[in-house]
Design a protein around this ligand. Structure first.
Ligand code: 6R9
Length: 676
């Protein structure tokens, strides 16, 4: 099996950061109201009953026609869930709630400018707006079932409206995080063959009104150079009328949605009856190579899974006000702002801006104003809030019954501040481990059933059976030993394939551990997550971090190869290597080492040029901590760059024995440069 370095890194990490912590128990008050309190659930969801136990999840949805088969494995490992069933995600998230709850708020949109006031969109209004926009997509943009559309939008109520309108028509949406650059957006337009791009004129972030439409113009230009023509750019207006004059529009291609919508007022669109296995959306994520992977999620399986997770793990009840702080441009936002909560008919909060602007009390002010009782965020936000305003939560009156953390490992000290200061000692916490590829949670405590352990995600959620493999591919059954975390069984939220690249899907997630590639039996296709983890005596899993070439910056996955490719686009650059370096708030940051072409002199300007190129190609989230212009890269005799050595230098660690390198002297030179 490849990816051998896993055990080496993880054992060091355990020694430094993680020691066993005590348990915290959910309060009787929480348990008394929890959605799932019967411990028999774990027996029922044992592998003996697989895959039938997942019908419990599918039955939370409304189907036009029930499935013929729970799990079809004939094309393993591309699994089909609830095969033959007919369903529509938009119908499940909207229409089915109208009978009893049309006046209930579906989405609370909190703008950054506090004087703008919060917008409360009822299920009825969501229904109207999604139908009208779906009509625009069909009648004006000519979109139909199976087409792909790229959406590059900031956090706004119009983003879920756009997604749900696509889902209504059976159009496959591909949302690109609003903070990604034009070039990153173009890669995704080209890969998904989107001929329509949906964007927004502008938005607020940390006090600045940012012009967003300009990225669309640039993205379309880049896509066209690569042979993908975009013939329609649909531009939502965040500030209709006010900001329009600043948005250059191209005749015949660009149109303001707010104007065109008038031609579709009052229209209603019958939801398409989709096959359960039809794709619902693509979500691109980083991997080992420079090319992002388009993770394809299906309709029935995905929706059933996120709905059940929202009910069982997020403990959402109809009367709750639920706020997940993630950006909808990431999988967390898709599953746990839009599809899961709305399928349950909950009230979901969306906010514009950042949690710490205009002051670190903003999040708690929002929680107080909306009476939020379920709160969901990431360690990076918790660290920032703890650093900038540790006393702020106490100044506001709100009560969380439940809180979530997701995206990266959380340090026990940070967990404890979250529990005592943010949760005021009243809230249960779930540390949910999962991935873009997995659609929904894999490991987490089930909040009414399992005690919490700071720093540990927990056991597999009901239905998920994780295990650990060593570097040779043998199962580690003994607790306390780190290895590769895998899942024994398929599950309905699992992505179906990588868009247009089935081979990469098989090779990355199954190939290294599959013992029988011809098999049609699900038991032969365990899932390899790409994370290192260890299981404790109590069956809880502690996630230790990525084992592939991915850096987790503020919970965002960035491929080192993507950053290196961006640096190599600068003419003067000969070689580039990226390593993760620890950061107090972000968790990790990329440190970029660059060797220049012969004869080129290093300079501050050149370092800035390389840094700017990275921001331009990927987005500001990928900005390197520093660009180190080094005389040469440390290399093995076969010419491979020794990233491990660079990583040790960046993190002030031990570089180990470097005498076998082709150029050991350069290590000292680089160390003097970086550690001075
Ligand atoms: C949902 C999401 C996935 C990677 C994953 C892992 C890390 C996510 C975590 C966690 C420790 C947790 N990760 N949740 N690590 N504890 N609770 O974040 O998806 O953006 O695809 O990232 O994030 O390394 O493999 P995605």
């Amino acid at each position: 099996m490849s990816r051998k370095d896993v055990v080496e890194t993880t054992e060091a990490q355990i020694a430094v950061h993680w020691k066993e912590e005590e348990y915290y128990h959910p309060s009787p008050k929480f348990i008394g109201q929890a959605n799932l309190t019967d411990p028999a659930v774990f027996d029922r969801f044992s592998l003996d009953n697989f895959p039938d136990y997942y019908t419990d999840f599918a039955e939370m949805l409304t189907w036009y026609k029930y499935w013929d088969e729970v799990l079809d494995t004939s094309d393993a490992p591309c699994f089909k869930w609830f095969k033959g069933g007919l369903i529509n995600a938009s119908y499940n998230c909207i229409d089915r709630h109208l009978k009893d709850s049309k006046n209930k708020t579906a989405i609370h949109f909190v703008p950054e400018l506090e004087e703008e006031r919060i917008d409360h969109i009822t299920y009825q209004e969501l229904y109207v707006r999604v139908n009208e926009f779906a009509a625009l997509l069909r009648d004006f943009a000519g979109l139909k079932r199976g087409d792909r559309v790229t959406i590059h939008m900031p956090m706004s109520a119009e983003l879920p409206i756009t997604m749900l309108a696509c889902a209504r028509l059976g159009v496959i949406h591909s949302v690109v995080f609003g903070g990604f650059s034009a070039s990153a957006c173009a890669d995704r337009i080209v890969d998904s063959n989107s001929r329509v791009l949906i964007t927004m004129d502008a938005y607020y972030r940390a006090g600045k009104l940012l012009n967003h439409k300009q990225h669309a113009d640039e993205a379309v230009k880049i896509s066209e150079k690569q042979g993908q023509v975009v013939d329609k750019v649909l531009v939502w207006q965040r500030y209709p009328g006010k900001y329009a004059s600043d948005t250059p529009m191209q005749d015949g291609r660009d149109v303001f949605v707010n104007d065109e919508l008038k031609n579709h007022y009052g229209k209603r669109i019958t939801p398409e009856k989709m096959l359960s296995e039809d794709p619902l959306f693509l979500m691109y994520t980083s991997g080992t190579t420079g090319k992002p992977k388009g993770c394809q999620h299906g309709t029935g399986g995905y929706l059933a899974y996120v709905t059940a997770m929202s009910r069982y793990i997020q403990d959402i009840h109809p009367e709750d006000v639920y706020w997940c702080m993630a950006d909808i441009g990431w999988i967390t936002g898709h599953s746990f702002i839009v599809y899961g909560p709305l399928a349950l008919g909950a009230s979901s909060v969306i906010y514009e801006g950042v949690p710490t602007y205009p002051d670190p009390g903003r999040s708690w002010r929002i929680a107080q104003a909306l009476d939020v009782n379920i709160f969901h965020t990431a360690p990076t936000a918790i660290r920032a809030l703890r650093k900038l305003g540790p006393e702020e939560p106490a100044k506001y009156t709100y009560h969380f019954k439940h809180m979530t953390t997701v995206g990266e490992p959380i340090e026990p000290a940070v967990w404890k501040w979250y529990e005592s200061a943010v949760g005021k000692g009243e809230a249960v916490i779930v540390d949910t481990w999962w991935q873009t590829e997995t659609g929904g949670f894999l490991c987490s405590t089930t909040p009414g059933l399992n005690p919490m352990k700071p720093g540990s995600a927990g056991p597999g959620v009901p239905g998920i059976h994780p295990f650990i493999l060593d570097a040779e591919g043998n199962e580690i059954t003994q607790p306390g030993i780190a290895g590769n975390i895998c899942i024994r069984n398929p599950w309905p939220g699992q992505f179906q394939t990588i868009w247009g690249d089935r081979q990469r899907f098989v090779d990355t997630y199954f190939g290294p551990i599959c013992k029988n590639p011809e098999s049609k039996d699900w038991k032969d296709w365990p899932y390899l997550a790409g994370d290192a983890a260890m299981m404790a005596q109590d069956g809880y899993f502690r996630i230790l971090g990525r084992i592939d070439d991915v850096i987790n910056v503020s919970g965002h996955r960035l491929g080192t190869k993507e950053i290196e490719s961006a640096a190599l686009m600068v003419d003067e650059v000969a070689e580039a290597a990226v390593v993760p370096v620890s950061h107090e708030i972000k968790g990790k940051e990329p440190d970029l080492y660059v060797a220049l072409k012969t004869g080129i002199k290093p300079s501050e300007e050149l370092a800035k040029k390389v840094s700017d190129a990275v921001c331009e190609q990927i987005g500001k989230i990928a900005k390197p901590r520093r660009v180190w212009l080094v005389p040469d890269m440390p290399k093995t005799r076969s010419g491979k760059i020794m990233r491990r050595v660079l990583g040790a230098i960046s993190n002030k660690g031990d570089v180990g024995d470097v005498m076998t390198l082709a150029n050991p002297e350069v290590v000292e030179e680089i160390r003097n440069m970086v550690q001075k």
